[in-house]
Design a binder for this molecule. Structure first.
Ligand code: OAD
Length: 237
């Protein structure tokens, strides 16, 4: 088998589950007692902005109480040690809007679905770091307009930095998917893109996902155990 140099890791809600953050599809399709269409679409925001802002205020406050788990820590170790080897590179693409990869120390993280800890001004388009509630319509730090929304990608909106993700996939020789159900595109399609490019594919997940059949290898178990073991194995090679 050819040597592995460039790795693209895709993470989903399962990587943060052991930190106490609910996954999306764990409660029968309800998300903190809300239907996703009631809180995570541009239509929902237009129809009932208070409901949507309150919901995201709650999630934003909740993630600040949580801490990274051994899966985040292992990926941060990979981020530190892997690119030190000559010609090696790594990109962690996350669907998660929490900041637990960063708090564990990882730097090469791309948030394709946005970030809870940023607010996006719909008047001037500037994105600002944000920790406080948005429900009281605070002014945008850049332009002063009271037009901030959560900087998260809603259903029907285009995920961020797709060009950078596909460029990294084209250079990769290993694609690893961790803790994602494979239910939401375009992320769910990365495994097929990787296969078409001839890249080796590995899945680490608690249970078989909708995309499992597409992976060369699937390892089942909690991310807090599987990810440290995989990183150890890779760095020892
Ligand atoms: P899901 O909730 O759809 O899937 C989470 C996956 O993680 C499932 O396959 C679980 O089996 C697995 N899982 C749960 N606990 C785990 C653990 N301890 N270790 C390993 N795996 C575990 O979440 P995502 O796939 O991330 O999008 O959802 C994708 C997108 O759908 C989200 O980013 C969000 C949502 O709607 C937007 O908000 C745009």
């Amino acid at each position: 088998m050819e040597a592995i140099r460039n790795i693209v890791v895709l993470t989903g809600a399962g990587v943060s589950a052991e930190s106490g953050i609910d996954t999306f599809r764990s409660a029968g399709g309800l998300w903190e007692q809300h239907r996703v269409e009631d809180v995570a679409t541009p239509d929902a925001f237009a129809r009932d902005p208070d409901l949507v802002l309150r919901f995201y205020d709650m999630r934003r406050a909740a993630i600040q109480e949580k801490a990274p788990n051994p899966a985040h820590e292992a990926l941060a170790r990979l981020d530190r040690e892997w690119p030190e080897k000559p010609g090696h590179d790594l990109l962690i693409v996350t669907q998660n809007v929490d900041d637990l990869h960063e708090r564990a120390g990882a730097g090469r993280v791309l948030h394709m679905h946005g970030e809870h800890l940023k607010a996006w001004c719909t008047a001037c388009s500037v994105r600002s770091p944000w920790r406080a509630p948005l429900i009281d319509r605070p002014p945008c730090p850049a332009c002063g307009a009271r037009a901030l929304r959560p900087d998260v990608v809603w259903f029907g909106e285009m995920p961020y930095e797709m060009d950078r993700i596909y460029a990294a996939l084209r250079r990769a020789d290993l694609f690893v998917s961790i803790g994602t159900s494979g239910a939401v595109y375009p992320a769910a399609g990365f495994v097929r893109d990787a296969r078409a490019l001839g890249i080796r594919t590995l899945e680490l997940n608690l249970e078989r996902s909708q995309g499992s059949a597409w992976f060369d290898e699937t390892r089942l178990g909690p991310a807090g155990k599987l990810v440290p073991a995989w990183v150890e194995e890779l760095l020892a090679d």
